[in-house]
Design a protein around this ligand. Structure first.
Ligand code: ADP
Length: 308
């Protein structure tokens, strides 16, 4: 179990990136969901001991992480958002090199570990190819292979699915879910489906604050019978947005289809829909925006929907 308590971080430029972040993260795949700029990377880097918080504590099992960073690093696998590779080196050679850096100095043991990871990440057949020729998905799988060297107990992957095509994304997420059967895996993402599909537990973070944490299905169930759908004309859209709690609008066949949060049918023509995590996400964003003094920016990349 990873326990984060009351973490705060304000950068030199005055941005309060983490506000009293408290989370308990058990073994398994944990989704950290939030729009760009929410503070996900700041939290990941802090847990990975790459930066110091201003206050708060982090425990991993019995370990006081901030007091003994080296001990955490020995158990950590980390795939940063901007993971770069050497384009002229083969996957096998670079992984072997990383393995030496990780302390796998015995040759036979190292060879076995490298082989097992290349197979696990489905890169065995292309192990002799240069990384420069890899697709985005292959590169991310290589990133996971290097993160898994040395059998980490805690794996952190920062926005790994951005830019992957749907098939690669699925393959990558399945790989993470498999790993999560034994260790704590934290996946940060701004893509709601990444969390819906595979994470047994999640947290949502906006402007440095945890707005929700727990099981995705619980959050979804709480919205049952309160989400309504209607196709509306483009010209009427802004009227709906002013008078109702419009969670999202998507163009379906060129016409806006809106999801509205309401305790009862908002007006004729609205159909009750099974809520999903996207509805939860937009409701939280919307509610949070309303209590903030300034409207926050629209999250990008969440399907084609826009919060109202
Ligand atoms: P996310 O990963 O969710 O996109 P970040 O943690 O990268 O969010 O950023 C949270 C906020 O902190 C943003 O407003 C960002 O501009 C700011 N920020 C991140 N890193 C730094 C830094 N090193 N110095 C100053 N501000 C930063």
């Amino acid at each position: 179990m990873l326990s984060i308590h009351a973490l705060n971080k304000t950068y030199g430029n005055g941005v309060h990136a983490l506000r009293d972040v408290t989370l308990n993260i058990p073994t398994g795949l944990f989704g950290l969901l939030g729009p760009n700029g929410a503070g996900k990377s700041s939290l990941m880097r802090t847990i990975a001991t790459l930066q110091e918080p201003d206050s708060g504590s982090i425990r991993f099992g019995q370990l006081d992480v901030l007091a003994d960073k080296e001990a955490l690093r020995r158990q950590l696998g980390y795939l940063p958002q901007d993971f770069g590779v050497y384009p002229r080196v083969s996957a096998e050679d670079l992984l072997n090199h990383f393995a030496v850096l990780k302390g796998l100095t015995r040759k036979g043991e190292r060879r076995d570990a490298v082989e097992a990871l290349l197979k696990q990440t489905n890169l065995w057949d292309v192990r002799r190819q240069k990384l420069g020729g890899f697709s985005g998905g292959m590169r991310q799988r290589f990133g996971i292979a290097q993160a898994l060297l040395g059998d980490p107990r805690l794996v952190i992957v920062d926005e790994p699915t951005a830019g992957l095509d749907p098939e690669e994304r699925n393959r990558f997420l399945n790989l993470l879910a498999e790993i999560g059967e034994q260790v704590v895996v934290i996946l940060s993402t701004h893509i709601v489906e990444d969390v819906t599909d595979l994470c047994p537990r999640m947290a949502m973070i906006v402007k440095g604050q945890v707005l929700l944490s727990g099981e995705p299905q619980q959050a979804i169930d709480a919205l049952r019978n309160r989400v309504w759908r209607k196709r509306v004309s483009k010209s009427a859209l802004s009227q709906y947005q002013m008078t109702m709690q419009v969670l999202s609008n998507k163009l379906v066949g060129g016409q806006p289809e809106i999801h509205v949060y309401s305790e009862r049918q908002p007006e004729e023509g609205f159909i009750s829909v099974e809520p999903d995590l996207e509805d939860v996400y937009f409701l939280k964003l919307r509610t949070h925006q309303n209590v903030l003094p300034q409207p926050s920016t629209v999250p990008v990349g969440v399907a084609e929907a826009q919060p109202a």
